[in-house]
Design a protein around this ligand. Structure first.
Ligand SMILES: *Cc1c(COP(=O)(O)O)cnc(C)c1O
Length: 234
């Protein structure tokens, strides 16, 4: 299957899920996840589909692709676990949105580098949560540690906190993700009741559970395999 054919199928499913939950398809941004796919896959998607948002997980791979592709219409999302010592390399090409801020130390480092590379801009970021037990990914911040991170973010003048991101524990069925998505959505509502600068982005839903994610309010779904096929050396 081509990327364009996969896109057509998936876009149909996105629209059906939106209709079912009374949402506009424009309220859901499809982020094409291209980790471990060559830059050529991004070029093909730009030429043959309306996908303009792309997500990458690894800093070196991201920077290499940005250099290789040069200026394009692509909007970039950094969705992978980010180490503090890679922030400077990442910010050589500031992404539209960093989805994976999960500690005060990381926030402070992004804030510092952002101030250096673009003094007049604020880097948009999401906080990645970690919920569930042993089966959950090892990245993200536990909800009980969020207040401290939130305080740090309020002091980071070069960051703009716009929402929450989640990778749920691995399930056997798309429905297994629903309670986790719902928990994140309720957390966003709780935070917004106390905030003047409202959070509006909910980043969850991958190839296996994006329809449930849309039903539970996702504004950004991160789709890799179902659009681009199996990853190389994945
Ligand atoms: C790889 C990845 C995705 C895409 O996963 P698929 O199951 O291939 O759709 C989404 N989000 C994150 C954070 C990822 O690492």
């Amino acid at each position: 299957m081509t990327i364009a054919a996969n896109y057509e199928t998936i876009q149909g499913r996105i629209e059906t899920a939106c209709r079912r939950s009374g949402r506009s398809p424009q309220s859901v941004t499809l982020v094409g996840v291209t980790k471990k796919h060559p830059a050529q896959a991004i070029t093909e998607a730009l030429q043959t589909t309306p996908i303009r948002h792309f997500g990458e997980n690894y800093v070196t791979e991201y920077v290499n692709k940005r250099e290789q592709l040069g200026p394009t219409e692509a909007q970039w999302h950094f969705i992978g676990h980010l180490q503090r010592n890679k922030v400077r390399q990442l910010m050589a090409f500031p992404p539209l949105l960093i989805h994976s801020v999960d500690s005060p130390e990381l926030a402070v480092q992004i804030n510092r580098v952002s101030a250096e590379v673009s003094p007049d801009a604020r880097q948009d970021i999401l906080v990645e949560l970690r919920i569930g037990d042993e089966d959950s990914p090892k990245t993200g911040i536990k909800p009980e540690d969020l207040p401290q991170l939130a305080q740090t973010l309020d002091d980071c003048r070069h960051l703009h906190w716009t929402g929450l991101m989640l990778i749920p524990p691995i399930g056997h069925h798309p429905e297994d993700s629903r309670p986790y998505f719902r928990q994140i959505r309720e957390l966003l509502d709780t935070l917004n009741r106390q905030r003047t600068e409202k959070l509006s982005i909910l980043s969850y839903g991958m190839s296996d559970d994006f329809e449930v994610a849309i039903e539970e309010g996702a504004t950004h779904i991160r789709l890799g395999t179902c659009i681009f096929g199996p990853r190389q050396n994945a």
